[in-house]
Design a protein. Structure first.
Length: 290
């Protein structure tokens, strides 16, 4: 029994050592070892990450992910497979935290609370929360949600803003919050009359509206009730990989290619036309370290 106990303990210690070695591996080392760069991608965050008409991945964030992939190949000096793995608001952070995916490139707001678990790249987009309603709805702004049913995506930062407004008595009587796994499901519920409004970031609401079969029947209303700086989620405490991602974004901005990618998706002929705000342009320039 004593020998058996020693054997079990030895196996357990070896397993811990192997696990520790695996955890100690940097993101670039893991990518190099498996020959694959795994990117977490949203399926319905138009125009950032989504399935296009041909069933391929498309979007602003997806194009930047492809540029990060090129830099990784150059850094490692070999060809690396690029794989997009579907994630949603509930799974995106855990999958980066447990190293199932190497990065999440979608439409995620960088918050202090989230930064306790994972790290983030520099900000690559600025937006804020608004409401999408049926045209002619009596809901004209945030306070108009009182006594109504409001849809939100699980884990979305705007859900927390609405919930906090309920708790603080800003919305009286409080709105009933209905949670959905993804934005398109929330918009479908709005179209079916199951909710009175759907809240998320302005650009994502514009994407839902623009791709609807009847965009003229829906409108964005109200002021921006939140500030949402988008960044890519990267593993905690891996500065070399975070630097690689940041330097890619900075080089894209300095070279002008970042603006070309933006124009492709959000320019006058893009998927969701949205002019760059002066604040957004200034932030991009300020983040371009010399």
């Amino acid at each position: 029994m004593k020998r058996y106990a020693i054997l079990v303990l030895s196996v357990f210690l070896v397993a811990l050592m192997i696990s520790g070695i695996a955890d100690a591996q940097s993101t670039l080392e893991r990518i190099d070892k498996r020959g694959e760069f795994v990117v977490g991608a949203r399926e319905g965050s138009i125009p950032f990450a989504f399935y296009d008409e041909k069933g391929d991945w498309g979007g602003f964030s997806m194009d930047i992910a492809k540029e990060i992939h090129k830099r990784i190949e150059k850094k490692l000096g070999k060809s690396i497979k690029l794989t997009f793995k579907p994630v949603d608001p509930k799974t995106r952070i855990p999958l980066v935290a447990n190293r199932t995916i190497d990065i999440e490139c979608g439409s995620t707001t960088h918050t202090i609370e989230r930064d306790d678990v994972v790290d983030f790249s520099i900000t690559f987009f600025l937006t804020g929360g608004r409401l999408l309603v049926k045209k002619g709805s009596p809901i004209k702004d945030f306070e108009g949600l009182a006594g109504k049913r409001t849809g939100a995506s699980r884990g979305d930062a705007n859900e927390q803003h609405v919930r906090a407004a309920n708790e603080k008595g800003v919305i009286k009587p409080p709105t009933e919050i209905v949670i959905f796994d993804e934005h398109p499901k929330g918009f479908l519920a709005l179209r079916q009359g199951k909710i009175d409004a759907f809240c998320t970031d302005e650009i994502l609401l514009a994407g839902l509206k623009m791709t609807a079969p009847d965009p003229e029947n829906w409108e964005l209303v109200g002021r921006l009730f939140s500030y949402e700086p988008y960044a890519f989620i990267v593993p905690e405490n891996d500065s070399k990989f975070r630097d690689l991602v940041n330097f890619t974004i900075i080089d894209l901005v300095k070279s002008g290619k970042f603006y070309e990618i933006y124009d492709k998706w959000m320019g006058p002929k893009g998927k969701v036309p949205l002019p760059m705000s002066p604040e957004y342009k200034t932030l991009l320039k300020l983040q371009c370290w010399p």
